[in-house]
Ligand binder design. Sequence first.
Ligand code: ADP
Ligand code: MG
Ligand code: MG
Length: 325
Amino acid sequence: QEAEAAEYELDTTTLHMGTVVSAKLLGKTPEAVKRYAELVESEVKRYDDMMSVHKETPLNEVNRRAGEAVPVTPEIAEMSRMALKIADETGSAFEPMIGPLVNLWKIGFGGNEVPSDEAIKKAIELVDHRKVRVWEDKGQWFMQIGKGQNVDMGAIAKGYIGQKLAEKLVVAGATHGLLDLGGNVVAIGEKFPGQPWRIGLQSPDKERGSYFAVISAANESVITSGAYERNFEKNGRRYGHILSPVTGRPVTTDIASVTIVDSHGARADALCTALFAMGWDKAEAFLRAHPEVHAVLLKENLEDALVSEALRNKIQPYDSNLRMH
Ligand code: ADP
Ligand code: MG
Ligand code: MG
């Protein structure tokens, strides 16, 4: 009976976390798919109310009370610990304490000016994940950041939440489904028995929904970071929303987009941002040193793509000009 195809399908869309969250849910009864859709809605809202840094949330409490030991939820602790680990592994290319710079530039939420060198320098001094502590005491988790510091989990939270959401759906009985949190996709099971989900990789220069390749996925997250999402233009230069903790400015990268396929959504999301920020040569070296990270790097010329060994038989190019290495 395991192989019996799910018969009912429900597509839902909700707006949370400043992004569109959509889900394609398959189930054996209409009641089941309705239950899954309600779970998606309530869990996304619960996580948004816990982790958004744009409103009063337990995570934002950590920022408001910078310098103090602040009680946090187990989820915030778990995600933060992962974030700190990946910040170490990537030499802060992914840097969860980037907040002071994010709030200075405000790219993607109203910013359209280049801040002064002085303001950038001041913000850089506050960006350092090694000053953060997360610990447990008698069953309660705590988090403490340095005075003036500001945590921003924007580059890991959607991957983390997507993964958690998928786990909850599976516990609730879901065997097939596709979640999309603003381009952070999680495949639950396969689409049909023996037939994986197919996930399009956005062409950076074309309208939403145009793909340069398609990836087959089952029980894993497929996460993409690119320069095309949020940015502003000034004096002929484009300023993207991924910032360098070293220069304090939007990273200059020769990568157009990074896609990572991983059963751990949080890790995929954070590493995506890191590889994008590193640029082609450093990202290539990182992938060589970490064969367990499965990625597709698309170069800024939009013609060269580096595809991890493990993804070679899962990727199908859509663009005839694409050279896969
Ligand atoms: P998105 O989630 O917008 O698709 P990312 O996952 O790459 O893209 O996350 C980008 C967000 O992460 C930014 O909007 C900002 O809040 C934050 N951020 C910017 N630069 C960095 C960085 N170097 N490391 C970690 N987070 C960053
Ligand atoms: Mg990310
Ligand atoms: Mg992201």
